[in-house]
Design a protein around this ligand. Structure first.
Ligand code: FAD
Length: 558
């Protein structure tokens, strides 16, 4: 079981094993590297100072996309690679990387003209190897207006309809981690790297780490060390006193998304729209909400807790209102928000939006392998390149045999479906089972698109709880959440309420009203699982900090 219950055993393994590689950072980049290294037979440990995915990998636009935007910047190689990755990821976890219709409205003096869009989307389809039935369709002004009646009509000139893929970044990260664990990687959250230990030749031979739950400092021996710390990559590179052999460094940019109730921005499909004098934005309907973003501003503040400011809020609301004027969104409509930091590689003289999203690997003299830049979409290929580097070192120093990457053929945890149709059929099967407990299609949908085939364990647990504890007034939504907590605690290493409500279930972002009635019962249940190491009240107080970050917006000047 991949559970906090066994944390002591996992920590003991960290102390006593010499790993082939230690991965620092459990966002999507580190998770992908752990999976690639472990599946190629290496002994791997991965640590994250927070929860898995708590950095940028739970704060993106949540699209697995070919990056149409990058075509405009002539980054053909990037478009081709990430475009093709969409197909691979969809195949390996069809419940979590889901086709999403995207409308690109063409407006007077907009970023994209009609001919350029038609050609650009055609090239995009070709480069990304898009299937025939998913290839772009160009629409007239009238067709575009009919496709999305909320669009501002007076500046509309037409539109392009194409396919992107939607995901849940934090869940994708968790499923990749769980799959790495299946290949025997030792992955631990709430353990931070604090210092490197060098051998007599000045190479890193171990890392001192801190268990953030007990405060214990321990030494983890590893033949190679990978720095996949996203926005913290430079902080980790600063621990390394050897020659970095490059003068490149990170430039962080902040991106904010706002969530409003679906009925306040009831779009027919996702929209990628122009913002007057700004970068383009996405508006993405998802169940009971629609989210809008993102900003892209240079960031030099505290990395650990990027905040949504009042300025971000007014910019995004004004942008949305400029394209969907009839909805007239205001601050009162906002349910929640998230702010993330892009770990980009600095390029002289370029604005945040112009900086390339390409990834790059830096290897220091002490053999710290750092990876920076990149995108959620490209994580598998990034991991392949880093693992090749790890093998290069292991081969030279320890005579390991190189092995080829095969993560394109690894089904991710929960993703064992023959096709996308099979996901929808599975929703229908579970909906029937849930009907006995008074739950419905919507609940089955939520469970399958979050947990894939693992949803069955939750459905069985729902029946179990209901059979043991039934009374006529029972709130089945609470029962369902308790069953999810049981699963996430025992199989997804949940330690606290933020892990559960933000990164495993997405409830704080996508279903905030449910927190009102779930908070107490779930806190009580979790406290029982933790064997009262933390009381219900302590757990709720800890959660309140992250809750406030998501729902309150101070001015940058206050
Ligand atoms: C607003 C926004 C929108 C985006 N939208 C998209 C999108 O739609 N599609 C897409 O493909 N990409 C998108 N991206 C890019 C994508 O989200 C990132 O490239 C990706 O999530 C980065 O993942 P990472 O693992 O490198 O970093 P992170 O997810 O930040 O992971 C780094 C981890 O390192 C850990 N760490 C730091 N220091 C230490 C330490 N000392 N010890 C142990 N652990 C440590 C942190 O806790 C963190 O969890 C977006 C980015 C942003 C900001």
């Amino acid at each position: 079981m991949f559970s906090a219950l066994h944390r002591k055993d996992f920590i003991a393994q960290l102390k006593t094993t010499e790993y082939d590689t230690l991965v620092i950072g459990g966002g999507i980049t580190g998770a992908g590297i752990a999976l690639d290294c472990a599946s190629r037979g290496l002994k791997v440990a991965l640590i994250d100072k927070q929860d898995f995915g708590a950095g940028t990998s739970s704060r993106s636009t949540k699209l697995i996309h070919g990056g149409l935007r990058y075509l405009k910047q002539l980054e053909v190689g990037l478009v081709m690679e990430v475009g093709r990755e969409r197909e691979t990821l969809h195949r390996n976890c069809p419940h979590l990387v889901v086709p999403e219709k995207m409308l690109l409205p063409l407006i007077k003096n907009g970023t994209y003209g009609t001919l350029a869009t038609s050609f650009g989307l055609w090239v995009y389809d070709k480069l990304a190897g898009v299937k025939n039935e998913e290839q772009r369709v160009m629409l007239s002004k009238e067709e575009t207006a009919a496709q999305e009646p909320l669009l501002r009509q007076d500046i509309l000139e037409g539109g392009g309809l194409y396919i992107e893929y939607r995901t849940d970044d934090a869940r994708l990260t968790a499923e990749v981690i769980k799959t790495a664990v299946r290949y025997k990687a030792n992955c631990l959250n709430y353990v931070s790297a604090v210092e490197f230990v060098y051998n007599e030749r000045g190479r890193i031979s171990a890392t001192k780490v801190k268990d953030e739950i007990t405060g214990e400092i321990l030494t983890v021996k590893a033949k190679t060390t990978v720095n996949a710390a996203g926005p913290w990559v430079d902080e980790i590179r600063d621990f390394d006193t050897s020659n970095h052999k490059t003068n490149k460094y990170l430039q962080l940019t902040k991106g904010v998304h706002l969530v409003v109730p679906y009925h306040r921005l009831p779009l027919q499909q996702s929209i990628y729209f122009d913002v007057p004098n700004g970068r383009m934005m996405f508006a993405i309907p998802r169940g009971e909400i629609t989210y809008v973003g993102t900003t892209d501003t240079t960031y030099k503040d505290e990395i650990n807790e990027p905040k949504t400011t009042a300025e971000d809020v007014s910019y995004i609301l004004a942008s949305a209102n400029s394209m969907f004027p009839s909805v007239n969104l205001s601050e009162n409509d906002i349910i929640s928000s998230w702010a993330g930091l892009r770990p980009l590689i600095h390029e002289d003289g370029k604005s945040p939006s112009e900086i390339s999203r390409k990834d790059e690997i830096f290897v220091s003299e002490a053999w710290l392998i750092s990876i920076a830049g990149g995108k959620l979409t490209g994580f598998r290929k990034m991991a392949e390149r880093v693992t090749d580097k790890v093998f290069q070192r292991l081969k030279k120093k320890y005579q390991y045999e190189s092995k080829d990457c095969f993560t394109d053929k690894i089904t991710l945890s929960g993703g064992d479906f023959k096709s996308y149709d099979a996901v929808e059929e599975y929703v229908a099967i579970l909906a029937e089972e849930l009907a006995v407990s008074g739950l419905g299609q919507k609940d089955a949908n939520y469970l399958v698109f979050n947990y894939g085939k693992n949803a069955k364990m939750i459905v069985d647990k729902i029946a179990d709880i209901r059979n043991k504890d039934y009374h006529p007034e029972v709130n089945m939504q609470i029962v369902m959440a308790k069953a999810e907590l049981w699963y996430c605690f025992h199989y997804e290493f949940v330690n606290n309420l933020s892990d559960f409500f933000i990164r495993r279930t997405g409830r704080l972002y996508f279903n905030r009203p449910s927190i009102d009635y779930l908070l107490e019962p779930i806190a009580e249940e979790l406290s029982n699982y933790l064997e009262a190491a933390k009381s219900k009240e302590m757990l709720m107080a800890d959660f309140n900090g992250e809750y406030q970050l998501v729902v309150t917006f101070e001015s940058e000047n206050s």
